[in-house]
Ligand binder design. Structure first.
Ligand SMILES: NC(=O)c1ccc[n+]([C@@H]2O[C@H](COP(=O)([O-])OP(=O)(O)OC[C@H]3O[C@@H](n4cnc5c(N)ncnc54)[C@H](O)[C@@H]3O)[C@@H](O)[C@H]2O)c1
Ligand SMILES: CC(C)[C@H](C(=O)O)[C@@H](O)C(=O)O
Ligand SMILES: [Mg+2]
Length: 379
């Protein structure tokens, strides 16, 4: 497809492990929207990881870096796994996922968690706990202990080694991600829960003070609560339906979102969007990716669940491609495929047929055809 000025540029980077397997299905979904619904996008596929490293000496070769630099939206698969050992740490660090998040200043990481009725209704216990679960974790993605200096491993005079990292947040780093949370809450049920460890950490004391101050200054219509991270982990398991928008720092958000994934059935179901600042033309760089990693234990077998990646396309349609109706269409298609019994191994109940990654892609495409023709008939 050739790029013209009204085309929105999308870079598709499958990466490593199950990344390319799940991304291939999302790529088919994007193709469906381009041809069947005329969504104006210029897709550019690019390689990342061990394969380009062996060919070029770089995990992120120039062509891929250019495709990502130029893109309005990046659809990312996954990185990591046994491949990591075959690339020297320095080569992997330069161009690693963390440095990409920093390069594009993707500070607001949205991880929506929704319990799909087709998955929860199958067991009474699940149905009770998961009823009405629909919340978003906003994880700060460019600061905190992931990036704080000093960091390292040093040798002590007594012969021991000491590893150290630095947790840090500035006022503006807290405020900009908190602002994303308050703004999102205004479009939802109007509640923000800020998660920290202010009973122990100074960074969390500052976090809590700044979130509270911002709400008092600009978002009095939004209800704000605070929760310690250890309690939050328990509450996500006990009663996830209590949350609307949860905002938290980098490492807490990483851990809590994997935990929350189980409310949607499997880590393989969870999508995400990582958003940068709005530029002077009103554009916002975005990277969409499933929350899961390269899953080395199942990579190469064609059995991974592609719905985390496919649901990241829902977020892309809504937030970058500006096609809310098409986003709703894809959401309905995923629901329909699940309601019709489509299950990969990670979400299958005993006795159900387990679909391959590609078969799940087929099931969503078939459901898309069905949902689109229903919409046409109603019109
Ligand atoms: N965004 C990313 O690229 C990203 C995210 C997380 C982890 N990682 C990396 O991935 C590698 C493996 O990490 P890990 O094993 O701790 O986490 P993981 O998310 O890759 O896998 C955790 C478990 O969930 C299962 N799982 C994950 N995705 C699934 C899917 N789509 N369908 C079915 N099952 C799925 C896996 O089989 C595994 O049992 C590490 O190198 C890690 O750093 C990368
Ligand atoms: C791969 C890893 C660095 C990453 C993170 O910790 O941010 C991942 O776990 C995630 O959740 O996106
Ligand atoms: Mg993680």
């Amino acid at each position: 497809m050739s790029a013209s000025s009204n085309m929105i540029k999308v870079a598709v980077v499958g990466g490593e492990g199950i990344g390319p397997e799940v991304t291939a299905q999302s790529r088919r979904i994007l193709g469906w929207f381009a041809t069947r619904r005329g969504v104006p996008m210029a897709l550019r596929e690019a390689q990342y990881g061990l394969i380009p490293y062996l060919a070029t000496g770089k995990v992120l070769p120039e062509d891929t870096a250019n495709a990502m630099d130029e893109a309005d939206a990046i659809l990312w698969g996954a990185t990591g796994g046994p491949e990591t050992k075959e690339v020297p740490a320095e080569a992997r660090k330069a161009g690693g996922l963390l440095s990409l998040r920093q390069k594009y200043d993707l500070y607001a990481n949205l991880r929506p968690i929704r319990a799909n009725p087709a998955l929860s209704e199958s067991s009474p216990l699940k149905a009770r706990i998961l009823k009405d679960v629909d919340f978003v974790i906003i994880r700060e993605l460019t600061s905190g202990i992931y990036f704080g200096e000093p960091r390292g491993i040093e040798k002590l005079p007594d012969g021991q080694r000491r590893g150290f990292n630095t947790e840090q947040y500035t006022t503006s780093q807290v405020r900009r991600v908190a602002r994303s949370a308050f703004e999102l809450a205004r479009t939802r049920r109007g509640k923000v829960c800020s998660v920290d460890k202010a009973n122990v950490l100074e960074t969390s004391v500052l976090w809590r003070e700044e979130v509270t101050a911002l709400r008092a200054e600009e978002f009095r219509d939004v209800e704000l609560s605070h929760m310690y991270v250890d309690n939050a982990a328990m509450q996500i398991v006990r009663d996830p339906a209590q949350f609307d928008v949860m905002v938290t720092g980098n490492i807490f958000g990483d851990i809590l979102s994997d935990c929350a994934a189980m409310a949607s059935g499997s880590l393989g179901m969870l999508p995400s969007a990582s958003l940068g600042p709005v530029d002077r033309y009103g554009r916002r760089k975005a990277l969409y990716e499933p929350v899961h990693g390269s899953a080395p234990d199942i990579a190469g077998r064609g059995i991974a669940n592609p719905l985390g990646s496919i649901q990241s396309v829902i977020m892309m349609l809504r937030m970058t491609l500006n096609r809310p109706e098409d986003a709703d269409l894809l959401e309905k298609a995923v629901d329909l495929a699940l309601a019709n019994g489509a299950r990969t191994a990670d979400i299958a109940e005993a006795g159900m047929r387990k679909l391959s990654t590609k078969e799940m892609g087929d099931a969503v495409l078939a459901a898309l055809d069905r949902v689109a023709s229903d919409v046409k008939e109603k019109a």
